[in-house]
Design a protein around this ligand. Structure first.
Ligand code: XMP
Length: 578
């Protein structure tokens, strides 16, 4: 059992909501995320409540709100960004559209008021803002505690009731003293005690696994990723190796060395299904169709494994590496529902889930905490610090097209007629890519905002011929192209690991596009990104000497005509290209 959450974060739809809970847990205080409208009665056991930021305006018709009774519980409440506006709105203050937005770094002047929340933090400091609406009239009992050039009420306080709120995001690293604000709130305002260290939970997790399994065995579909590997190892420790089985499916779309890497885990068998995946993909160029075929084959191969090993009889339950953010609806979509659909579509697995024959030992942990548990279990950093890798594998990083097409030279750059996916508005849409000649993120952002028919901008870093002279050629997922991408990916992975750069970024997809010359038909796109949870991401620069080495090594790979660098943030471009 987890401890009772001392701090509850009410999710008002912000991408940073999980970050708040994670940062509180980093202080050693167990925190959980709940839907914003959770009834006040369900929050009675918490010591304090935080209302997160969110993209809405308090005056939007369906904007998230909280049960007003939470303000009558006698508990401390901290509002962040939208959370501040919502508090002001519900407690009798006023919110209006600001004269201008305030996005990015800002300078806060915090008063020296001596209350437990802001006390000791007074002075000029850097904070990070993302808002248009502002509080312009304080509710009764509140006073202004801090301001920026754009926002007169950037920090407000009603210390008698232990209500505090800030317009800035204290949970992000760009707010330099953010952690101190959270520490003050948790310990000085709410009186929390330290009760959380994921490493200490290993014996309890093992106990829970034994209780859940009740003499039965556990089987896993292991992907080679961090979550399923840690969950698998925990079950092995809890039940003994002979009671846990893992199956890893080699789809033929995996990275170089991946199957050998995964095989090193004990009690794991490899199901070779390369032919089963690659044959139906022959000649297919449409990205959504590629994904669909891979999803279908996953279902088939998993059903076959379950049947052939009689994994549905009463002696077995299913183990899964579900983690905390997968279980929580955020912004209306549970990510697990989207990403792990191929698991949930397997009829046998559905039956196991419905019957409750499932063990998910990591379902209250964040990724960083899963890594800490993994370290406690003695797993290698090579495994634990891996970047996420998508289930459909290299297939969605190997772009295909059904026709030859020339590039289009414009005054802003060269339009490449390869179609990559983006998230403009609510839906995924495919559009061409613009190539420019400089590694200039600011220019890329300006161009994407201005030119409607593109959703991505790349910089041409090194090419064997001028980009203007290159062509896109009809191409599909041939073994030669998958092999080319696999090699390029292994080179980039090896060099970024050797330089330590892989620790500085969240993910680094390497994409093959069918753009090149007669002799070398493909090019490689490098896509290093920073992200918190994959929902949004920033394209980031990399050290110039590392980039030079990568280009030099890639130029030796057969068939590669150029190296490009994706300068697009998400939104509007997704992390993956399909
Ligand atoms: P996008 O491309 O949507 O990706 O910005 C966000 C994160 O999700 C991963 N991703 C997937 N993971 N199956 C997966 O297991 C998929 O089909 C899939 N598509 C995207 C992507 O690698 C990134 O981390």
């Amino acid at each position: 059992m987890n401890p009772t959450a001392q701090i509850i974060v009410l999710d008002a739809g912000g991408q940073y909501c999980h970050l708040i809970a994670r940062k509180v847990r980093d202080l050693g205080v167990y925190a959980e995320v709940r839907a914003s409208e959770t009834p006040a009665a369900d929050l009675a056991s918490a010591r304090g409540i935080i209302i997160s930021g969110g993209p809405s305006s308090v005056y939007d018709p369906d904007s998230p709100t909280v049960d007003p009774a939470i303000f009558e519980l006698g508990k401390p409440v901290l509002g962040i960004c939208y959370g501040q506006q919502l508090m002001a709105h519900l407690l009798g203050g006023n919110v209006r559209k600001g004269d201008k937005g305030e996005y990015g770094l800002a300078t806060l002047e915090l008063d020296d008021a001596g209350d437990p929340m802001f006390g000791g933090l007074a002075g000029t400091q850097q904070v990070w803002m993302s808002h248009r609406d502002v509080v312009d009239r304080l509710p009764e009992g509140f006073r202004a505690a801090g301001r920026t050039g754009t926002c007169a009420l950037a920090a407000i306080a009603a210390p008698e009731r232990n209500f505090f709120a800030v317009q800035f995001h204290l949970e992000v690293v760009h707010t330099t003293r953010g952690k101190e604000y959270l520490r003050n709130f948790a310990f000085r305002v709410c009186g929390c005690t330290r009760d959380w260290d994921p490493r200490h939970r290993v014996p309890l997790l093992e106990q829970e696994i034994r209780e859940c399994a009740r003499g039965r065995n556990v089987f896993f579909f292991v992907s080679g990723g961090v979550d399923s590997s840690v969950a698998f190892t925990l079950c092995t420790r809890a039940l003994g190796a002979e009671r846990v089985r893992g199956v890893y499916v080699d789809t033929g779309l995996m990275r170089e060395g991946e199957t050998d890497f995964v095989r090193r885990m004990a009690n794991l068998s490899v199901e070779h299904a390369e032919e089963q995946f690659l044959r139906p993909l022959e000649g297919v160029t449409d990205p959504e169709r590629k994904r669909h075929i891979i999803g279908e084959e996953f279902v088939r191969v998993q059903e076959r494994i379950i049947d052939s090993r009689r994994l549905l009889d009463e002696n077995w339950i299913l183990g899964q590496g579900t983690i905390y953010p997968d279980t929580i609806e955020s912004g209306g979509t549970a990510k697990a529902a989207v990403i792990k659909t191929h698991h949930n579509r397997v009829v046998g697995i559905q039956r196991l889930m419905e019957a409750g024959r499932i063990v998910e030992p990591l379902k209250s942990f964040y990724k960083d905490e899963v890594r800490e548990v993994g370290r406690e279990l003695g797993l290698s950093s090579e495994l634990l610090d891996r970047h996420p890798f998508p289930g459909p594998g290299l297939a969605i990083r190997c772009l295909c097209t059904d026709r030859d097409e020339p590039v289009v030279v414009t005054g802003d750059g060269v339009i490449l007629p390869v179609h990559s996916v983006g998230v403009q508005g609510d839906s995924r849409s495919y559009a061409p890519v613009l190539a420019i000649d400089a590694l200039d993120h600011a220019r890329a952002t300006e161009l994407i905002n201005r030119i409607r028919e593109i959703n991505r901008v790349v910089a041409a870093v090194e090419t064997v011929a001028p980009v203007e002279s290159m062509r896109v050629r009809a191409s599909s997922l041939t073994p030669a192209r998958i092999g080319r991408l696999r090699r390029a990916d292994a080179i980039v992975r090896g060099l970024t690991h050797a330089s330590g750069y892989d620790h500085e970024i969240w993910q680094f997809p390497v994409i093959l596009i069918p753009l090149g010359t007669d002799a070398s038909p493909d090019s490689v796109v490098l896509r290093p990104v920073h992200s918190v949870d994959g929902m949004t991401a920033q394209s980031v620069p990399m050290p110039a000497d590392l980039l030079r080495t990568i280009c030099a090594e890639l130029s030796r790979v057969e068939g590669i005509a150029g190296v490009f660098y994706d300068l697009t943030h998400k939104p509007p471009g997704t992390i993956e290209w399909e």
